[in-house]
Ligand binder design. Sequence first.
Ligand SMILES: Cc1cc2nc3c(=O)[nH]c(=O)nc-3n(C[C@H](O)[C@H](O)[C@H](O)COP(=O)(O)OP(=O)(O)OC[C@H]3O[C@@H](n4cnc5c(N)ncnc54)[C@H](O)[C@@H]3O)c2cc1C
Length: 187
Amino acid sequence: MTTDTWDVIVIGGGSAGENAAQYAIKGSDRSAVIVEAELVGGECSHWACMPSKALLHPIELAECGRALAGVAQALNEPLDVAAIPARRDEFTHHHDDSGQVEWAAGAGVDIVRGHGRLIGEKVVEVTAAHGATRVLHARLVGTDVAELLHSATTAIVGKVDLETLWHAVPSYPTVSAVWLRLLESRY
Ligand SMILES: Cc1cc2nc3c(=O)[nH]c(=O)nc-3n(C[C@H](O)[C@H](O)[C@H](O)COP(=O)(O)OP(=O)(O)OC[C@H]3O[C@@H](n4cnc5c(N)ncnc54)[C@H](O)[C@@H]3O)c2cc1C
């Protein structure tokens, strides 16, 4: 069993996890790791947003064309039902997440493969697919950070002037700006 320490550990490398890890360390000397049990990129890249749009777009185009005089007669042939899912699979890179792993490396975010589980304060146990376990320690994680993030989200949704919460944060900042500010204040 190996043990490692990062400033920030993010469990789950979907869109949210990728962004959280990136913004947690952007422009700083902090370190971050994403623990991912399946594919880096998560649902959106591999199963949901991207493949669904790739699947639907050709059908939408054909439907539009068939309603358009001057084009409709050119679209009399039935759709190629093998080519459409094949196009979708190209968009998901056949569930190969190496491009996203490369992106993470470029952003300075490490990836640890396996199922993550909090086993103590700032301690995550990762169980790999083959059953081996590894313990990761975080310098910066826990309920305090979650509470701060919740406050920030509430402030944004309620359009509360953040001047009263954090100095030097402009009114209605982006989530990313608040997240960064919170990390800075906690580090
Ligand atoms: C058909 C469909 C189409 C959609 N289209 C759109 C769209 O066009 N635009 C849009 O904005 N949204 C769309 N969505 C919604 C979008 O997919 C989700 O909002 C988004 O993927 C959620 O991201 P996430 O990071 O929260 O979760 P996920 O993408 O689910 O990522 C979570 C990740 O965490 C990993 N994980 C979970 N538990 C653990 C653990 N204990 N240890 C390690 N790893 C773990 C999972 O393997 C996964 O990779 C669509 C959804 C569906 C179903």
